[in-house]
Design a protein around this ligand. Structure first.
Ligand SMILES: Cc1ncc(COP(=O)(O)O)c(C=O)c1O
Length: 381
């Protein structure tokens, strides 16, 4: 079955009791047993197993082309569990343009537990080779990265990582499984903040890890239950409902983002437009090869520094000034002061004149009218 069909049907048989076409929200903490140990379908306690969550896990595993999906209460919980499958003391080589919250988890939580992290610009082959020569147990990438939208060649980095015995772990949040499937390109584990494109409506926090490695999936299942960062049944239902329309939403996100990027690129107020779909993007060819389309995220640097960025962000109109991304509504933000503030002091701070847009699926002409107004405000700053 094709992607759109699996999004609607994988893991989502009509309810056996009533035929309900949607998997019910199994709002229960426990299950009746038919005699001691007589569980119905393996259901004993809802931290361990819940049918709404099981449906979501099957669906998302199918969309990523993986054998096993594990859902968590947030993207960060999924990332923590994935790292938890490595031994403390493991050396992890991470892309330097990593989500601020991931950097915080790595540097302030896991480093104190003995994990070792190195960061490098992994678009640079020489830097990659040098770091891998020092040994690594895992390589951690996002692609496109957040917020600089660097694109990493997943197949190539998987080969390099595997050559030194390291796993490749990919945060696929920015692309979504519709645009890119890292497991097929050689990755060992994929994670998502399902809060973003998969949920798609900015109404639920969640995460998922997908892998085809049975032993790692078992370890993740153990951690999911042992640590207990599981998503609530209603959140699983909302995320699953979002996933059903992922393909058509992504097509609109991509089409709108391309138009927005072209307008920004042509503006004299803009220092640099960063969008993998523009031929000027340094990894445009890689993106064209490994992604179905170029995504809904656009970043740009405005002339006039922080003052111009602030002036622009006071005139957002229908664009909502806010963190997060991937919802149907367009969002705009200042990464340095907002999503990536936790990078302060890391040496990986993002430029002060950088603005990040999550281009929604409103009518593109309405979005562009506000973009023009924002640019005029920046010009007058
Ligand atoms: C790329 C990326 N990964 C992970 C996360 C964390 O996800 P969550 O907020 O669902 O915990 C985010 C959140 O913004 C993100 O952008």
């Amino acid at each position: 079955m094709r992607f759109e069909t699996r999004a609607i049907h994988a893991g989502q048989e009509p309810d056996p009791l009533t035929g309900a076409v949607n998997v019910p929200i199994y709002q229960t903490s426990t299950y009746a047993q038919d005699g001691v140990g007589g569980m119905r379908g393996g259901h004993d306690y809802a931290r361990t197993i819940n049918p709404t969550r099981t449906a979501l896990e099957h669906c998302l595993a199918s969309l990523e082309g993986g054998g096993h999906g594990l859902a968590f209460s947030s993207g960060m919980a999924a990332i923590s569990a994935v790292l938890g499958t490595l031994e403390p003391g493991s050396r992890v080589l991470a892309i330097n343009d990593v989500y601020g919250g991931t950097y915080r988890l790595f540097s302030k939580v896991l480093a104190a537990q003995g994990y070792r992290f190195a960061y490098a610009d992994l678009t640079d082959e020489a830097a990659l080779a040098e770091e891998l020569a020092a040994g690594a147990d895992a390589v951690w990438i996002e692609t496109p990265t957040n917020p600089l939208l660097k694109v990493i060649d997943i197949a190539a980095i998987a080969e390099h990582a595997h050559a030194v015995g390291a796993l490749l772990m990919v945060d696929n949040t920015f692309a979504s499984p519709y645009l890119q499937q890292p497991l097929e390109l050689g990755a060992d584990v994929v994670v998502h903040s399902t809060t973003k494109y998969i949920g798609g409506h900015s109404d639920v926090i969640g995460g998922v890890a997908v892998t085809s490695d049975g032993a790692r999936a078992e370890h993740l299942r153990f951690l999911q239950n042992a640590i207990g960062a599981v998503p609530a049944p209603l959140d699983c239902f909302l995320t699953l409902r979002g996933a059903k329309t992922l393909a058509i939403r992504m097509r609109e996100h991509c089409a709108n983002a391309r138009r927005v990027a072209e307008v920004l690129d042509a503006s004299p107020v803009v220092l640099e437009t960063i969008y993998p779909g523009l031929p000027s993007h340094p990894q445009h060819e890689i993106a064209a090869r490994q992604m179905r389309d170029f995504g809904g995220m656009v970043s740009f640097r405005v002339k006039g520094g922080r003052a111009a960025a602030d002036a622009l962000l006071r005139e957002t109109g229908i664009w909502t000034l806010g963190e997060s991304l991937g919802g149907v509504e367009s969002l705009i933000e200042h990464p340095g002061a907002m999503t990536h503030a936790s990078l302060e002091g890391s040496g990986f701070e993002v430029p002060d004149d950088l603005i990040r847009m999550s281009v929604g699926i409103e009518h593109v002409e309405d979005l562009l009218a506000d973009v023009e107004r924002m640019l005029a405000a920046a010009a007058g700053a």
